[in-house]
Write a protein that binds this ligand. Structure first.
Ligand SMILES: Cc1cc2nc3c(=O)[nH]c(=O)nc-3n(C[C@H](O)[C@H](O)[C@H](O)COP(=O)(O)O)c2cc1C
Length: 398
């Protein structure tokens, strides 16, 4: 039926018993459905058929339709990186750090997993090659569609999320993004998630040899289905996982600590003993918001993970504690919005920081943090940013 008449816009009343967000979402869903019916109806219609709503006499597919079909069948075009400037404010300043054992980065600023897509999406907005590295979205063995709506709720000074690790699965991630990552000129750390040791090992084995990938970060906050535990909460499970992944890859393995563990320092220690090359501190903090009109939790899954400036003091404190317990590098994460915030983490013992939620409000934040750190090194006459790492730790205080 390529000659369906264009439909009239339907007014949808806002239902008073539902929240505004729900009504808007219902209206959008209804329109989307009708649009897709109409678009399907218009598929292959000529301009005359679409305009008149009447079929044209016998005809073959137009040249335009054939070209369109051919283009749609092609692989996605490679990401276009922004042209690089020759100098940036950080040029000539020694910002290099070891973000993990065997992982030297040009500067200590990374983007956090789940908040920067696969990195490719941002290449037209910012020069991603200026970043220390990017951490991709959590990658699982198979495709995951993610959790039911709502997945994000705002909170004072942060957000709650329950995305549910939506991703296309390890094989697709490697196939779709590997070549593009290498072309971007920024190192990529693959964030790995799963429900069993075998899941994590599988992802790492499937990602082996993927261009651009320099390390793995293990997201250990997923429930272990077998015995209902969370890897990141139990030092011996976290150690077992670390050992298994280390045996699978020669690339550095970083364990991302969860603040929801009863003893996060014990988990960090166990991972170091099991061979981890670094730790990230921290993942999100468990939290909940209630929709008082519906008398139900706002997030589709009830609880979610709190991120943003609200959790920064928790993250700095955990960094400070872990830095005194392990010798491997730490990446700080949690509420970094400025160079000043990043300095707090570095002085508390982190070698690098990851910027997450702040990039939703302003994608330039990671670059502004790099520029601010470079300015700090210059203003304080330091030889490198490494000189300030751990300066707030007890053993460093005179
Ligand atoms: C929307 C969203 C999705 C996230 N997805 C992941 C993920 O897939 N894997 C992971 O290890 N952490 C994930 N995180 C946690 C972040 O990487 C980061 O550890 C946390 O948000 C704290 O940093 P921030 O306050 O700067 O956002 C996610 C966070 C947000 C806000």
């Amino acid at each position: 039926m390529p000659w369906r008449r264009p439909r009239k816009k339907v007014e949808r009343p806002i239902e008073v018993t539902r929240s505004i967000e729900e009504s808007l979402e219902d209206a959008a869903a209804g329109e989307e459905e009708e649009d897709s019916v109409d678009l399907a109806g218009l598929d292959d219609a000529t301009v005359v058929e679409a305009a008149t709503g009447e079929p044209e006499p016998e005809r073959g597919a137009s040249d335009l339709a054939l070209k369109l079909r051919e283009t749609l069948a092609r692989e996605p075009a490679p990401a276009r990186a922004r042209p690089r400037a020759t100098t940036y404010p950080e040029s000539g300043v020694d910002l290099a750090v070891d973000a993990a054992r065997g992982l030297r980065l040009r500067n200590p600023v990374l983007t956090a997993s789940g908040t920067f897509g696969q990195g490719i999406e941002y290449a037209e907005l910012i020069d991603v090659a200026r970043l220390g590295a990017i951490v991709n979205k959590g990658t699982t063995p198979n495709m995951r569609p993610g959790n039911p709506q709502y997945r994000i709720a705002e909170t004072p000074s942060g957000i709650l999320n329950s995305i549910g690790l939506e991703n296309p699965g390890a094989v697709e991630v490697a196939r779709r993004y590997g070549v593009q990552w290498a072309a971007l000129g920024v190192p990529v750390i693959v964030n790995v998630a799963g429900y069993s040791v075998e899941d994590y090992v599988y992802v790492v084995s499937e990602m082996a040899g993927t261009p651009g990938v320099v390390a793995y970060e293990l997201n250990v906050s997923c429930p272990n289905v077998k015995d209902g535990m969370i890897f990141g909460s139990d030092p011996s499970l976290a150690a077992e996982l670390t050992r298994a992944v280390k045996a699978e890859t020669d690339l550095p393995v970083i364990v991302k600590l969860t603040p929801n563990a009863p003893d996060v320092v014990a988990v960090a220690r166990a991972c170091e003993e099991a061979g981890a090359d670094g730790v990230t501190a921290i993942n999100t903090v468990l939290g909940m918001r209630i929709d008082t009109r519906r008398r139900r939790p706002i997030l589709g899954t009830g609880s979610g993970g709190l991120s943003g400036p609200a959790i920064r003091p928790i993250a700095v404190h955990i960094t400070y504690q872990v830095a005194q317990a392990v010798g491997i590098p730490i990446m700080g994460a949690g509420g970094v919005t400025s160079a000043e915030d990043a300095l707090e983490f570095l002085m508390a013992g982190a070698s690098a920081v990851q910027v997450g939620t702040a990039t939703f409000a302003d994608p330039l934040v990671p670059l502004k943090v790099i520029e601010g750190l470079a300015a700090y090194v210059r203003e304080h006459g330091l030889r490198s940013i490494r000189e300030i790492v751990g300066t707030a730790l007890p053993r460093m205080v005179e």
